[in-house]
Ligand binder design. Sequence first.
Ligand code: MG
Ligand code: MG
Length: 264
Amino acid sequence: MAFRSKRRPIPGKSPAELDAMQAAGEIVGRTLQAVKAAAKPGVSTLELDGIAEATIREAGAYPTFLGYQGFPGSICTSVNEVIVHGIPGRETILEPGDLVSVDCGATFNGWVGDSAWSFGIGEIDEDVDKLNRATEWVLHEGLQAMVPGNRLTDVSHALELATREAERRFGVDLGIVDGYGGHGIGRTMHEDPYLANEGRPGRGPLIQEGSVLAIEPMLTLGTEDSAVLEDDWTVVTLDGSYAAHWEHTVAATAEGPRILTPRK
Ligand code: MG
Ligand code: MG
């Protein structure tokens, strides 16, 4: 259709620029690992924030989240029914059975990496474990659509199909959180376009070689509906069901999707 050809493709970055983005992304990966290693019962999410900031700064990078639209932390720590944007706090003490989602951004040499993962504290309920493993699986299935020649919503559609397949594969009912999704990323964290986590395929700007998106499924054990708490940040499920969040910064290349936020 005519309007499609008028839409500019998602800007393509050179291989050298992708390498520079990956340098930022590897700092994010290392930080997520350091935070997970420290996340034990009795530890506050504020302590995790301190570990994240130190890890990022020791690498010569800057915590992208800190001060972003006034956000007070270097990471988002979203526990249980918190979906995303949880503010680290000394009152939020981790307990066995918690599901913690940690989202981190680092700016290094002018490029941004953005990635998130969720993990349990001690033993977690079987359904919560299924939710978490399913969300990780959906991310990795969905990002396979990040190839030159696809359109933006081909990734959205792939994420939706993967979510429905994950329900069968993991034996769990999943909600796709409405109104939140991924985004373009490069010199700044949030760039156009917005990437929905579901929808019809074949629409939106073209993905070309070097296009980069932050892909981030957010799934729940219940509702698709959310609310923002009075702190203007914390996004919770409306029914109190647990939520998981996994994210990678991903480039489309001729060789296939390239994860720019790798971790061991
Ligand atoms: Mg993120
Ligand atoms: Mg993001």
